[in-house]
Design a protein. Structure first.
Length: 378
């Protein structure tokens, strides 16, 4: 199923999307249970009847069962490092595996009907319903996966029932259709309630970790991101020059709009690989991984200069052009970031920012003893 067809099922929030797929892949005990039952039932039918159809279907069930377990284990191993597009891909992988397994179970029932094997049909249909119940337990998570899988699961049994001349078989097939529609309605209601709860949870988490005015991560989120970093990282403290006169002259609404525009420019500066945060007032922090050695220092300095340069360009507040500036303190760290180390880094970069401010603003200062303030050209 292509990405375009899945677009309406993909949640727009990447964090919620990832959590939903994580929940899909927590079903290992359930999958192992139905795998064991399906393999036992299909192998029993294949051994008792030695029918080529039963044997082929049993082989398909075994292959699919192994594939599903492998995919669950691989996601558990690599899930935390997956990109957003990879998460979408793994959702498709889960859906494909579930549907393939359902098709094999449905084929087992179809073959039992073909052979007039009443005990075999009872076993196969029992396995199908057990699998259906297991899938419905995931309905609140990804209903499209459940509905696709159950449709594929029931289709062979539906066809087999309609092919029989006896009325009870045909009525049974019609009941399967009604049963699928009841699953559809239940899935829709369960999913709506579950997604609303997830959205509320993530909204609360965002409020706790983001600045309400600019939408940027706040101090707590910045510190958490800093503690998670490994390798060399550039830390840049930014303080606006001339913000207070704008606030006093044009009012707090204009000042708030100015801060929102500043946040957008700083986010553009750090790019997708970095983080811009608001520490409070007109103070911001930038964080971005850099290369080690001299190259990392050059990258950090370029980031600080780019931020200062971006904030020196005119802002439009209600069509009124406004000019401010910015000062920056910066450092590059490659040490393990314990709580004590983080506190020390922030103190040093804040001291460097203070030096840049005292020098008249519009410059960048390294957080090192004796470092000079680098004036921002332009």
């Amino acid at each position: 199923m292509g990405h375009g067809l899945l677009a309406k099922f993909i949640h727009p929030n990447p964090a919620i999307r990832r959590e939903l797929v994580d929940l899909l892949y927590t079903s290992l005990p359930q999958v192992m249970s139905i795998n064991a039952a399906a393999i036992t039932g299909s192998v029993t039918l294949a051994v008792l009847h030695r029918d080529p159809g039963y044997i082929a279907i049993t082989f398909a069930i075994v292959v699919n069962a192994i594939g599903r377990v492998v995919s669950l284990l691989r996601y558990k191993q690599h899930g935390g490092r997956l990109s957003d597009p990879d998460v979408i891909l793994w959702e498709k992988v889960y859906a494909a595996g579930a549907a393939a397994f359902g098709l094999a179970l449905g084929a087992l029932t179809f073959r039992a009907f073909q052979l007039n094997d009443a005990p075999g049909a009872w076993i196969a249909f029992g396995l199908s319903m057990s699998y259906c119940v297991g899938m419905v337990s995931r309905a609140a998570i990804r209903p499209w996966v459940v509905l696709t899988t159950t449709a594929v699961l029931f289709a062979p049994t539906l066809i087999a029932g309609l092919m029989r001349p006896e009325l009870p078989y045909q009525l049974g097939a019609a009941m399967l259709v009604l049963f699928w529609f009841s699953i559809r309605e239940a899935s829709r209601h369960l999913s709506t309630a579950f997604i609303e709860r997830l959205e509320a949870k993530h909204a609360l988490a965002r409020q706790a970790n983001h600045d309400f005015l600019t939408g940027l991560p706040n101090r707590a989120a910045f510190l958490a991101a800093l503690e998670r970093t490994t390798g060399s990282v550039a830390i840049v403290a930014i303080d606006l020059d001339g913000f207070k006169p704008v606030n006093d002259r044009h009012g707090h609404h204009a000042g708030d709009e100015l801060l929102r525009q500043v946040a957008i420019r700083l986010s553009d500066c750090v790019g997708s690989g970095g983080l811009a945060a608001r520490f409070g007032g007109d103070e911001f922090m930038l964080l971005r991984p850099v290369a080690g050695g001299a190259q990392g220092r050059d990258d950090a300095l370029e980031l600080a200069r780019e931020a200062v340069r971006a904030l020196s360009m005119p802002f439009l507040l209600s069509d009124i052009p406004v000019l401010i500036g910015a000062s920056a303190g910066l450092l590059v760290s490659d040490q393990p970031l314990t709580d004590e180390a983080v506190d020390e880094l922030l103190r040093r970069v804040d001291d460097a920012l203070y030096v840049a401010k005292r020098a008249g603003g519009g410059g960048c200062t390294w957080a090192e003893a004796g470092a000079t303030t680098l004036r921002q050209a332009g």
